[in-house]
Design a protein around this ligand. Structure first.
Ligand code: ZN
Length: 202
């Protein structure tokens, strides 16, 4: 199982971090060891002083595929949820400034908590609302109509390079509103109003 994450797929988020809006899909990966399944707490790591939340729609791959045509891409997704692309923003900023890969800032253990997976809804991928609450207050809201790339095109693009396998997860990128976390924070993430993720930072 692998986790593929998209970067800068919402224009307002690219802007808030001072990044240009990309013309092409930009992706990176997290290893299987970064997955944090529902029901577990997250322990704030000692190597960062600026851990950020990025709340994202996550799609799960339901069957293996390579060179997937966008018109058939939906058939390769069987479940959805919300996830947090946890990021050591201070490490990432330092690596970016030196033009190094930012892997350790995003691929560390348990850097990818996910919510409960739900079956693929009938509705269009690009009409899905999601939200993150921190300590009961809404901090991020997203609507997939604002995605700069269609999910079908994202699946197709990835599969030109990397074989997608059943169980793989794709984090589709964060809307604006990313921010710092502290020990004691309580995070709840919702998809279409249904709470799927409940996480405590310890
Ligand atoms: Zn992200």
């Amino acid at each position: 199982m692998k986790i593929i994450c998209l970067a800068r797929t919402y224009a307002k988020h690219a802007k808030e971090l001072g990044n240009p809006v990309p013309e092409n899909i930009v992706l990176f990966m997290k290893p299987a060891t970064s997955l944090l399944k529902p029901g577990n707490d997250f322990y704030y790591p000692e190597f960062t002083k600026d851990l950020h939340h990025e709340c994202e729609l996550v799609v799960r791959i339901g069957k293996n595929g390579k060179h997937i045509d966008p018109q058939f891409a939906r058939n390769y997704i069987d479940q959805l949820t919300v996830g947090l692309d946890l990021t050591a923003r201070d490490l990432q900023a330092d690596l970016k400034s030196r033009k190094h890969p930012w892997e350790i800032a995003k691929a560390f253990d348990h850097a990818a908590p996910i919510g409960k997976l739900i079956p693929l809804p009938e509705k269009d991928f690009h009409d899905i609302h999601f939200e993150l609450k921190k300590n009961g207050e809404s901090v991020q809201t997203g609507h997939t109509k604002d995605l700069l790339f269609k999910i079908e095109d994202i699946i197709s693009y990835i599969s030109q390079f990397i074989t997608l396998q059943q169980g793989d997860l794709i984090f589709t990128g964060t809307p604006e509103g990313v921010g710092s976390l502290a020990i004691g924070d309580h995070l709840e993430a919702y998809l279409e109003g249904e709470k799927l993720l409940d996480l405590k930072i310890k």
